[in-house]
Design a protein around this ligand. Structure first.
Ligand code: BGC
Length: 320
């Protein structure tokens, strides 16, 4: 007798013996077991791969020129940016456009900033998907660099200047998008952009990576109480933030590998590493409500706000 015949006999016996409720429970268990197998691989690793939203009205008359170093730089486009680094395109259906703050933590990287501003404005104006403003948040003291604290400050200070912002893009100054299809806007869940960097041969170095460039809505950022303010020095703050997002929303989003491609401007090491980061990462969930936007005002003093042709600069002095 074949295995198949045996199986049929067993199933028939079960069918006779089991009542409706028992059959239903077995069916439900089978579905619960088999359903995860139908999900894409990425889902099991804490993220979901999405296709970028269709561009509403990409700029037809502007082309993306690369300079000798390979970075985008179109002076014609840069001339359309308003003072303070704001861009608003009146020729597109602006009701459907998101109002976005691009928040860039910064200290001592002036040559990167010049490249960043030219590249990003050229890219975003060509993409023509959002109304945006670029905010450079400078740590104006000599304490270890606190990237996450600066991102929280950027969130609070930019909203103080522009109440209408509904989407935030937190962006390192040395990372630049390469593919125009990588749409810069908020989608349903917090999203990791630039997941595939030339520095790492365009490979995702670990599935929960959430540093470099991310998008998140104002409500979602408030919901997770922003970033932790406690990560002084390089590393860990983005892993902490990933845990906050995972705990509250389950997953992050990412575009496919051929879309989310970026380059990192070459430079030496990122600065002093944070040796405390493993200790902090061990109790992220206990700190969500007591460390973040809710305690931000105790962590810094605003030194200045200055408006330049391509950006708005906010200087902050950190307390610790
Ligand atoms: C650090 C992160 C960093 C990542 C990629 C990790 O070890 O904790 O902060 O983004 O490496 O460089």
């Amino acid at each position: 007798m074949s295995i198949w015949t045996n199986l049929r006999i067993i199933l028939r016996k079960w069918n006779d013996r089991l009542n409706f409720i028992e059959k239903f429970i077995i069916f439900a268990l089978l579905v619960a077991f088999l359903f995860p197998l139908t999900l894409p691989n990425s889902y099991h690793f804490g993220y979901i791969e999405i296709h970028p939203p269709k561009l509403l009205c990409p700029h037809k008359q502007f082309n993306l020129y690369r300079n000798a170093n390979g970075y985008f730089n179109n002076s014609e486009q840069l001339a359309t940016v308003d003072y303070g680094g704001r861009y608003h395109n009146k020729h597109c259906d602006s009701n459907r456009k998101q109002r976005v703050a691009i928040i860039v933590p910064f200290r001592n990287r002036t040559e990167h900033l010049t490249i960043f501003l030219q590249h990003m404005h050229s890219f975003l104006i060509k993409q023509n998907q959002i109304d945006y403003q670029i905010f450079i948040i400078e740590q104006a003291d000599d304490k270890p660099f606190n990237r996450a604290n600066l991102l929280n400050i950027g969130f609070q200070e930019s909203l103080g200047l522009e109440h209408e912002i509904d989407c935030f893009i937190f962006h390192d100054v040395d990372i630049l998008p390469l593919n125009i299809e990588q749409t810069y806007s908020c989608t349903k869940l917090p999203k990791h952009l630039c997941s595939y960097l030339d520095k790492f041969r365009f490979v995702l170095i670990y599935p929960t990576l959430f540093g470099g460039v991310i998008t998140i809505s104002k409500e979602q950022f408030r919901h997770v109480n922003g970033y932790s303010n406690l990560y002084s020095g390089w590393g860990g703050e983005d892993d902490d933030f990933y845990q906050r997002i995972k705990h509250n929303f389950g997953l992050i989003e990412r575009y496919p590998q051929n879309v989310a491609r970026c380059t990192m401007i070459k430079h030496g090491h990122e600065g002093q590493s944070n040796v405390e980061r493993q200790k902090l990462l061990a109790n992220v969930l206990d700190r969500i409500s007591t460390d973040g936007l809710s305690t931000l005002n105790t962590t810094y003093v605003r030194k200045s706000i200055e408006f330049y042709p391509l950006y708005t600069k906010i200087q902050a002095i950190l307390n610790e």
